[in-house]
Design a binder for this molecule. Sequence first.
Ligand SMILES: CNC(=O)Nc1cc(-c2cccc(-n3cnc4cc(C(C)(C)C)ccc4c3=O)c2C)cn(C)c1=O
Length: 283
Amino acid sequence: VGDQTRGAPPTAGFSYDKWEINPSELTFMKELGCGQFGVVRLGKWRAQHKVAIKTVREGAMSEDDFIEEAKIMMNLSHRNLVQLYGVCTQQRPIYLVTEFMELGCLLNYLRQRRGALGALELLGICHDVSLGMQHLEQNGFIHRDLAARNCLVNSSLVVKVSDFGMTRYVLDDQYWSSSGAKFPVKWSPPEVFNFCKYSSKSDVWSFGVLMWEVFTEGKMPYEHNQNHEVVMMVTQGHRLYRPKRASAHIYSIMQMCWMERADERASFTEISHLISDELEDDG
Ligand SMILES: CNC(=O)Nc1cc(-c2cccc(-n3cnc4cc(C(C)(C)C)ccc4c3=O)c2C)cn(C)c1=O
């Protein structure tokens, strides 16, 4: 099958369209948690491949739009992106089947290991994410909700970006309206919280906040401020402080992500090179 040559995942079903997985070949195991679309479970595909299975709760997702996009998302394959293996759409609820990441979300990983991660490990985490985001940038794909909570860690301690582009299918308007309680204001640049102008450069702003989360080992940005206060502060030029564990050079990379004008921010290609230079110097 042609797609196999492009490194399509082994799970690409033969009897279905290449993005459809036969649900009878899935076995459900323990619950991993609950996300924006519903419950996520650990599962097996064809009895031996460990996968994560998202069952999409009725009314949580604009499913037809997503199914159309799934074909494109399946082709976004990179070491630092959580791979979408396929979907089961011939029944309700629909299932999304992805790569399984043993150690769970990056935010919890940072908080559970506070004090145990060296500065090089923290930088390595940021490098992993920047490489995944560079791949999205090169493919003209915007994440729209990059944050440590939306990255996952596997048993080899590789960090991967998850749920890229999925905010477009969230039906909960508390989430996507910029005044909604769940809108990620603290990770958004002015052009997003003012005009919802998303771009790879707005993802770069979010990446700067993710770097801050990593180097504070999981603190909440602007922890004593509410969303509406953060809008005022950032508009007036206020930025997150330098984390203790971040060198002046590392902090300068964060600051490049937080330039007010989107076109003045670095690209993910530049960011990943700046970080790898730093890793080589220390490494
Ligand atoms: C111990 N190992 C694990 O737990 N591994 C894993 C946990 C999850 C998991 C579990 C529960 C909830 C969520 N989750 C979290 N945030 C989300 C955010 C969105 C947006 C649209 C708001 C961005 C959409 C879906 C989700 C979502 O499903 C995830 C990713 C997914 N994967 C692949 C794992 O390997």
